[in-house]
Design a protein around this ligand. Structure first.
Ligand SMILES: Nc1ncnc2c1ncn2[C@@H]1O[C@H](COP(=O)(O)OP(=O)(O)OP(=O)(O)O)[C@@H](O)[C@H]1O
Ligand SMILES: [Mg+2]
Length: 253
């Protein structure tokens, strides 16, 4: 089976700063991978490399068998035209810590924007699908609400529906609940859990260990630009092998 994501010794520098120092991992279709690690360890950078918002300096990143941002001919990489790169990225949904909804558009209008503009879906079809997606994240009542009229948790669920509206084959989440009040975290995690149960392939940077333990197939601990340790969440959380993992988890739990 072709892995949905395959990172092969991925390196990323910002000037002299080496942020990713050879990250290798694989995710099978339908699996959920959670990434944890201290601030500055390169988690967001790694996610941004997956959908080629950042160019890698060395190593290779494949999504569904294709190198992100490049075509390969006779073992040589050629950078894709921006339009081709954007097309690749279209299949990957991304949800950030801050929801970045369009403030002057309703929840539904936020969700149908890209399918109409980018996928050239008819308005009628987009609205139909948009309503279904809002229902899926528990927000059918809020289709006509503006972001300012929604709680943080509701806005984040709209952001998830918006990403799903492009029918991604892969969803990336970068600390989707860390900007939320504690009582709103659960509803967003529940929507993500449903998504995982429906077979979506997901890479989730999170500090929600309960979620990782329950939903993730694999847990990766990153520190200083390397994968220090990875494994089944239960095993990694109860029996970490490396001192750095132990130190990090003891602060978290
Ligand atoms: N565009 C950029 N230019 C220069 N340095 C950057 C850039 N983006 C990130 N960095 C640096 O790369 C390192 C890793 O950042 P990254 O955001 O990937 O960490 P993180 O693990 O996501 O941290 P956090 O848990 O705080 O979100 C940091 O030292 C950061 O300052
Ligand atoms: Mg980050």
């Amino acid at each position: 089976m072709t892995p949905m994501v395959k990172a092969d010794r991925v390196c990323k520098n910002f000037g002299a700063l080496k942020v990713l120092k050879g990250v290798s991992l694989e995710i099978e279709p339908g699996q959920v991978l959670c990434i944890v690690g201290p601030s500055g360890s390169g988690k967001s950078t790694f996610l941004r490399c997956i959908n080629h918002l950042e160019q890698v300096n060395a190593g290779r990143l494949y999504v569904d068998g294709e190198i992100m941002g490049y075509s390969e001919r006779h073992g040589k990489l050629h950078e894709l035209h921006p339009r081709a790169a954007a097309k690749q990225r279209r299949d990957i949904g991304m949800v950030f810590q801050h929801f970045n909804l369009f403030p002057h558009r309703t929840a539904l209008a936020n969700v149908i924007e890209a399918p109409i503009q980018v996928k050239r879906l008819s308005r009628k079809k987009a609205v139909e699908r948009g309503r279904t997606l809002l229902e899926q994240v528990g927000l059918s009542e809020k289709a006509d609400a503006y972001p300012a009229q929604l709680s943080g948790g509701q806005q984040q669920r709209v952001a998830i529906a918006r990403a799903l509206a492009m029918d991604p084959k892969l969803m990336l989440f970068d600390e989707p609940t860390s900007a939320l009040d504690p009582e709103l975290v659960g509803e967003v995690l529940a929507a993500m859990k449903d998504l995982a149960a429906g077979g979506m392939t997901m890479v989730v940077v999170t500090h929600e260990m309960g979620f990782a333990r329950e939903v993730a197939d694999h847990l990766v601990f990153m520190d200083a630009g390397v994968v220090v340790e990875s494994g089944k969440p239960d095993e990694l959380l109860t029996n970490p092998q490396h001192e750095r993992t132990k130190a990090f988890l003891s602060k978290l739990l």
